[in-house]
Design a protein around this ligand. Structure first.
Ligand code: SAM
Ligand code: SF4
Length: 473
């Protein structure tokens, strides 16, 4: 299933005046989902385990569960689907903040234009190179570049920073996939950025509730709810078919936001034949100059449950959990569906190469472990930390659902690539102790491979140990 986009049927102009998210429709689904039995919840989860897509009412029923029995079923189901879809891999990346100038006023964000307590900065090319070198020195291969929304951060500028990042090679270090989290562009702008070779373009709707949206978006281009809602449509029209959606949890009702994320996914699938590559679900964190009293915090319990429900509702999409959350929550939520995490995170502008300087962050992070500490912990828990970028490098974009729908894809492609990229990390950046632990995991997962891929992967691990790199399937 690649693009089924039909320009005769799909017209961007038709969507401009009428948002495809209808608040009343979502509220109606949530209302209808209030009635369900334990047997029904079990049947809904089984449906997803058996690779059938859930309806919005099915998801609403999961969201409305209250009893421990029902919640336990959700956790078990999410864990099964996660294992079945992703195996033991966890993909690792780092965010790199390029500039914090912003012309908008989002009431939750430390970068908002009226916040005078932070120091504004945009990395120069030289500083950007220093940042990437510092990240490569620790072993990173995948980055997400982050920008405020400002006239200086236009499509040309973003494309230039992407090319600069790809150009930095230090030792065996290189960045193989650059993702973006920036203000949305028009179709032409996205085309310029795509030409620089980006992976995913992320834009979060923050809240899908049209009535609440203006309460938090007080000034600037981001006040336009529907322009933002159509960000991914325009990206698809520009040929970017790896896109990331998300909601900022703590603005509206969490159940509403989860159902709207599923609705957004359905919209992208029906218009373009490709759903989101990733879904993000940040919770609001403290930020300088931001009054926390205006938000509706989502409890840890609800947060863990919402991740599990997203996993069951949309099994093929990557779920991203960032260092906004602390180590304990991250370890818990990984079990129920998260497939990508950041590690060794520093969101200070210039913070990787100059950790001593602080410009004050966009918000506070709660997991400041180094990349090697995160890797050690994942290995202790039998995960395979993966730096894999093979699908992107081999042009398998917009096809991430293969992991879910193509039999043997994980066994023959994803797990071997995770094993190979972990081996590269161990050779180039692992301490003696990490190497011992890491190669135990490599050996164990090699032994679980079957058929011709087992010997091929084993042979490539040997080649990595002898100095070859980027031998991906
Ligand atoms: N300026 C662009 C934009 O708004 O789309 C780029 C992204 S912004 C730097 C990245 C994301 O951080 C936002 O989309 C929002 O969801 C999240 N964010 C902003 N303030 C936050 C806070 N106080 N706590 C947690 N996440 C926050
Ligand atoms: Fe600016 Fe983005 Fe922060 Fe809003 S969330 S103030 S657009 S950086």
């Amino acid at each position: 299933m690649k693009q089924i986009f039909n320009p005769e049927i799909y017209k961007l102009e038709d969507k401009i005046n009428e948002p495809f998210i209808d608040k009343n429709e979502i509220l109606e689904f949530l209302e209808q989902g209030k009635k369900s039995s334990l047997a029904e919840i079990k049947a809904i989860i089984d449906k997803s385990v058996n690779k059938k897509r859930l309806s919005l009412i099915d998801v609403a029923k999961l969201l409305n569960t209250n009893s421990k029995e029902e919640t336990d079923l959700i956790f078990e189901g999410a864990e099964r689907i996660k294992k079945q879809t992703y195996g033991n891999r966890i993909v690792i990346f780092a965010p790199l903040y390029v500039g914090n100038y912003c012309q908008n006023k989002c009431s939750y964000c430390g970068f908002n234009k009226d916040n005078t307590s932070i120091k504004r900065k945009t990395l120069t090319d030289k500083e950007l190179v220093e940042e990437v070198e510092a990240l490569e020195d620790t072993g990173h291969k995948r980055l997400i570049l982050v920008y405020g929304e400002h006239k200086n951060y236009d499509a040309e500028f973003i494309a230039h920073t992407v090319r600069t990042v790809y150009g930095v090679k230090k030792g065996n270090g290189e960045i193989r996939r650059v993702n973006i989290n920036a203000a949305p562009f028009d179709v032409e702008g996205y085309k310029t950025i795509k030409a620089a070779g980006i992976g995913t373009f992320q834009v979060f709707q923050e809240t899908y509730d049209q009535e609440l949206y203006p309460k938090y978006h007080l000034f600037g281009k981001k006040t336009d709810y529907n322009y933002r809602l159509l960000s991914h449509d325009r990206a698809m029209l520009a040929g970017i078919d790896d896109i990331g959606i998300g909601a900022l949890f703590g603005l509206g009702d969490w159940k509403f936001e989860v159902l709207a994320l599923v609705r957004h996914t359905n919209h992208l699938e029906s218009c373009f034949g490709v759903g989101p590559h990733t879904i993000s679900f940040p919770r609001i964190k403290e930020a300088d100059g931001v009054d926390q009293n205006m938000f509706k915090p989502v409890s840890d319990e609800d947060f863990i449950k919402l991740v599990a429900i997203l996993r069951i509702a949309i099994p093929y999409t990557g779920l991203i959990l960032t260092a906004r959350e602390d180590e304990a929550i991250r370890s818990e939520v990984i079990k129920y569906g998260v497939s990508q995490i950041d590690a060794g995170t520093n969101i200070n502008i210039g913070g990787y190469s100059h950790p001593e300087e602080t410009h004050k962050d966009q918000f506070k992070i709660n997991d400041d472990r180094s990349l090697s500490e995160v890797i050690d912990k994942l290995l202790d828990n039998d995960y395979i930390p993966s730096f894999c970028t093979a699908c992107y490098l081999k042009g398998r974009t917009g096809e991430h659902f293969m992991e879910f729908s193509v039999p043997g894809f994980i066994k023959n492609i994803c797990t071997p690539n995770a094993i190979l990229t972990l081996s590269e990390y161990l050779e180039d950046y692992g301490s003696e102790n990490t190497k011992i632990k890491g190669y135990k995991i490599v050996e164990r997962h090699l032994s679980l491979l079957e058929g011709p891929i087992a010997s091929k992967c084993k042979e490539r691990v040997e080649r990595v140990r002898n100095g070859e790199r980027n031998l991906l399937f």
